[in-house]
Write a protein that binds this ligand. Structure first.
Ligand code: ZN
Length: 254
């Protein structure tokens, strides 16, 4: 399994691509998690093949997590993608995606490939992957996801503060991505993560590696410095590739 960090940016970052990752398993199956406005360009810069991505999973449909979908589909249509696409999203949030699919080739309705929109459930299987989701604490329902594949466990928080449910998905992960908007502590009813709470959680769960992302531009320097003092905590960066099949991947990441 390889994890390509397309973007680690907060919603309005001036310097970083909006938060998204690409997961590539050992059979070359590919998932994209979230597709904010600057994610299509990150894919084009990598020359990702138009037929490479099998599934897009949306943690939630705030614009910084889904507003790139119409553009990406338009690109795939324009260059003749043929592979069917599956989209997983909470059932209550799918209308927004349907509207973006309509925009992708408006006023025409057809694309060059079929799209299937599926409900993300608390648990399901996709090919050899075992998938579980749980809700974080956010302004709108936002799902964290745990993927077990290729003998690894990947956790990606989506937006929001950790909840008991997302913490149990995170426990035992090979690699955990946790949303951490703020260096300063936020109130316990806030809808974003903060550094002190992330650090406490990383220690409580004795994580292998917690990668903090979706951090406000102004807070990155302080968080980078603080993470350097902690052996299992790092601030995410655009373009990092975690190749979990390499024996020394963790040492390289730290
Ligand atoms: Zn966001």
């Amino acid at each position: 399994m390889r994890i390509d960090v397309l973007g680690c940016g907060s919603a309005f970052s001036l310097h970083h691509t909006t938060s998204a990752i690409r997961i590539i398993d050992n059979q070359q199956a590919q998932w994209l998690i979230d597709c904010g406005p600057t994610v299509p360009r990150a894919l084009w810069n990598r020359k990702v093949d138009i037929n490479a991505i099998d599934v897009i999973f949306f943690t939630h449909i705030h614009p910084d997590h889904c507003a790139g979908l119409a553009v990406l589909l338009n690109h795939w249509k324009s260059f003749g993608r043929v592979k069917p696409l599956q989209i997983y999203c909470q059932s209550e949030q799918q209308t927004v995606l349907v509207n973006q699919i309509a925009l992708a080739n408006w006023p025409h309705t057809e694309l060059t490939f079929p799209i299937e929109i599926l409900n993300s459930q608390p648990e399901w299987k996709w090919r050899g992957w075992q998938i579980r989701t749980a809700f974080a604490q956010h302004e709108i329902p936002s799902q964290a996801i745990r993927i077990e594949a290729d003998n690894h466990v990947l956790f990606y928080s989506g937006d929001g503060r950790p909840t008991d449910a997302t913490q149990s998905l995170m426990a035992g992960s090979t690699l955990a991505f946790q949303e951490c908007a703020s260096w300063q502590p936020l109130t316990t009813d806030a809808s974003h993560g903060d550094y002190p709470a992330c650090l406490a959680l990383c220690e409580k769960l004795a994580l292998n590696l917690m990668v903090l992302y979706h951090t406000q531009d102004a807070d990155r320097t302080a968080i980078t410095r603080a993470c350097a003092l902690h052996p299992n905590l790092r601030l995410s960066n655009d373009g990092t590739l975690f190749d979990l099949e390499k024996p020394n991947w963790l040492q390289a990441a730290l």
